[in-house]
Ligand binder design. Sequence first.
Ligand SMILES: C[S@@+](CC[C@H](N)C(=O)[O-])C[C@H]1O[C@@H](n2cnc3c(N)ncnc32)[C@H](O)[C@@H]1O
Length: 250
Amino acid sequence: MFDEVAKHYDRTNGVLSMGNSLIWRIATVKAVAPKAGEKILDLAAGTGTSSVALAKTGADVTAADFSAGMIAVGRRKHPGFTFVEADAMALPFADDEFDAVTISFGLRNVEDPKKALSEMFRVLKPGGRLVVCEFSKPPRALFRAGYNAYMRYIMPAVVDATSSNPEAYTYLADSIREWPDQVTLSQWIRGAGFTRVAYRNLTVGVVALHRGHKPARLSAKRAARKRVVTETIERDSVDIPPTEPEATKS
Ligand SMILES: C[S@@+](CC[C@H](N)C(=O)[O-])C[C@H]1O[C@@H](n2cnc3c(N)ncnc32)[C@H](O)[C@@H]1O
């Protein structure tokens, strides 16, 4: 499906989001905060629009996606950029390889998002950061109703006029409707092992930006200190026998 929409993907995206996709990308790049020399994985990168923005600070960015069609369009648009054909659920990267991993509007499309989150955790260095930008649920009922009406009545008409594959966008609307809300996705991220998990809504919650961190490894000095404390507690601890319930006086 993504191979088929690849050619007009970026244009349709811009139109459907009414220009918001640019704002969401800028917010995502800011949240990743890439630094020169850092290794960053942009997963489900599509044609690499976000990947190129991430690389502007001098970070070493890899754009990975499993659609050969999206990658082909990406390579044409950004010659010389590193694109890798990869499945988010079985990443062809070593453990602890990246300083940051990000995925924009891709996690929702992965067959097993929890498996993909655990793969992202695996390839991140200890202390590394995760940023997930994904469609979500506007928490306010009024905005939610407006958004649902847009998806049902306006989006199909826009898609007919701009996309080469309108059926693909029916899938898009369905996948957004079925995707969990901000709190549930935060729980999935925590479940994959990430700490300091938080999110913030963009465009009244149409999109949410989620963050998490792979816990840092303790330095050798701190690990040794922790070992000494644990051993001391174990050595000094006294086994207290379980207390017998007091006999009740009659
Ligand atoms: C909606 S596009 C988003 C592309 C890009 N991140 C962006 O923000 O424009 C979703 C992308 O997820 C990719 N994708 C879906 N499932 C995937 C998987 N299991 N592994 C890697 N990429 C996947 C698709 O090929 C597609 O390029």
